[in-house]
Design a protein around this ligand. Structure first.
Ligand code: ATP
Ligand code: MG
Length: 284
């Protein structure tokens, strides 16, 4: 019994999808132009597909699970479960208009022509805001549509915004924030569900580790309580005596988000020799 996973054949999500599986300890040999392969050390069969097709394959049960942009899942309206956000492939689906156009609010989209590859998501957005507009569905190079007179506005995926800028456009509304997700079939066999649970357990350990750092520092004993109070730790920090009298070594884990604030407070409280090291996996 194998778990069948669909990932993007080539494109923005391909490398990170393979990398994630690798970080989960799953080796797949990914020959060029291969459409299908198997993992050597996990009961996993991998299909390489166009990202647009992945939700359908999962709905049909041809693939049990898949890695795909949330934007694609929402656009395709297939019956699949999003079981895990994966933290890569981050982007937003945004409305953009020519730089010279005066734009004050979403009302300015009233009676415009909007070019997009995401007609379903865009029409839901327009409905939510009571806007009537004409949607022109095009499959690529959406950003040139206003320049060639095909549309007044566009709705497209953006990460840095430089493509929009280069095409004389400005971003005016965020319609959706997206990232790569793990999507699964509604009806999984118990064996497949067990394999998915096992995979998700590993993915969560990898994700957690990415957001967390291991910290080691030296503290004068009279400042220990204050310093320990600043550290969250998994349970509580580990404190070990140093060879040098009156000093201790303190070990703990930190969330990347509060990282710099905590480091500054630690230094101010008298911590020295602060080392911060990456964590490879974190199982709780
Ligand atoms: P395919 O050949 O598989 O159909 P594609 O051209 O439709 O590929 P890509 O451009 O490779 O798709 O993008 C795949 C996914 O990467 C998008 O659906 C989106 O979730 C994510 N993504 C992240 N950043 C961006 C970006 N700046 N532009 C487009 N997609 C992005
Ligand atoms: Mg595609």
């Amino acid at each position: 019994m194998k778990l069948k996973i669909a990932i993007q054949k080539s494109g923005r999500l391909h490398d990170d999808s393979i990398k994630l599986l690798k970080e989960c300890g799953i080796d797949i040999n990914n020959g060029v132009n291969k459409l299908k392969t198997e993992a050597s050390n996990f009961p996993l069969e991998v299909f390489f597909l166009r990202d647009d097709d992945i939700p359908q394959y999962i709905e049909d049960g041809v693939a049990d699970i898949g890695i795909v942009g949330e934007n694609v899942v929402l656009e395709k309206k297939k019956q699949v479960n999003i079981v895990e956000k994966l933290g890569f492939g981050k982007c937003r689906l945004s409305m953009a208009v020519p730089k010279a156009m005066e734009y004050a609010s979403v009302q300015d989209l009233q009676h415009t022509r909007i070019a997009t590859s995401y007609p379903v998501i865009v029409s839901e957005f327009l409905q939510r805001h009571n806007i009537t507009a004409e949607i022109h569905e095009i499959s690529g190079s959406v950003e040139i549509a206003p320049g060639i007179g095909l549309a007044d506005a566009i709705c497209d995926l953006v990460s840095s915004g430089s493509t929009l800028f280069m095409n004389g456009l400005k971003e005016v509304e965020t319609v959706l924030k997206s990232e790569a997700v793990l999507a699964a079939c509604h009806q999984l066999q118990p064996e497949q569900q067990q394999l998915l649970d096992k995979l998700q357990f590993r993915i969560q350990a990898v994700k957690r580790a990415k957001n967390t750092k291991y910290i080691l520092l030296n503290a004068p004993n009279e400042k220990l309580n204050e310093i320990i109070g600043l550290l969250p730790g998994m349970k509580s920090p580990t404190v070990l005596p140093l060879a040098q009298q009156g000093w201790s070594s303190v070990h703990s884990v930190l969330n990347e988000n509060d990282f710099w604030d905590i480091i500054e407070s630690l230094k101010a409280a008298g911590a020295q020799g602060i080392l911060v090291v990456p964590i490879e996996k974190m199982v709780i």
